[in-house]
Design a protein around this ligand. Structure first.
Ligand SMILES: [Cu+2]
Length: 175
């Protein structure tokens, strides 16, 4: 894609979200599954397509990983207390570019879950992201797996540096 084609063409090359359940701003009484329909088949890269549901308490209410079938992502959910929720999704467009979005909705139904602190898919997705080495993009959301990897790498470097200093200092001088 060259600059001469302009932003509109580049943008239309991405798959876009055509419809979703719940839709933006919906109020639901009961919800067992989130469904996202895109304009074309998404790439089925491991860990590339991520959907989470975050509740009013900041906890996660997805009960499994998102499943991809052609242009459709589905995510089983069990919601907690009534309030404002949001579906946060990131997908790999058929042209290989990441696309993402947030769909706010309201739940009025009774609580069916206590939620979880992190995504039930988080560790698997983080590992896949770290090994996929996809190009960084402004559209990409946070990359916890890569961040954790960088932090761990930094900690190892610091540890090695400390060990070298300790060894050099404690070694008897040779005359
Ligand atoms: Cu694109």
């Amino acid at each position: 894609m060259t600059a001469a084609f302009g932003g509109a063409t580049a943008a239309s090359a991405h798959d876009s979200l055509v419809s979703s359940s719940p839709a933006d701003g919906d109020t639901v009484e009961a919800l067992s599954e989130v469904r996202l329909d895109f304009s074309a088949n998404l790439l089925g890269t491991d860990g590339g397509n991520i959907v989470i549901v975050v509740g009013p308490d900041g906890r996660h209410y997805e009960s499994a990983c998102a499943e991809l079938a052609g242009p459709t992502l589905t995510l089983p959910v069990a919601l907690g207390a009534p309030g404002e929720y949001s579906v946060e999704w990131r997908a790999v467009s058929s042209d290989g570019h990441p696309v993402s979005g947030v769909i706010p909705f309201t739940s009025t139904g009774a609580s069916t879950s206590d939620g979880t602190e992190g995504s039930v898919c988080e560790s698997a997705a983080g590992a896949a992201e770290a090994s996929t080495a996809s190009p960084p993009s402004a559209e990409t959301g946070s990359l916890p797996g890569i961040v954790i990897g960088l932090l761990a790498g930094g900690a190892v470097l610091v540890l090695v540096a400390v060990l070298i200093v300790v060894i050099v200092r404690t070694r008897p001088r040779e005359d």
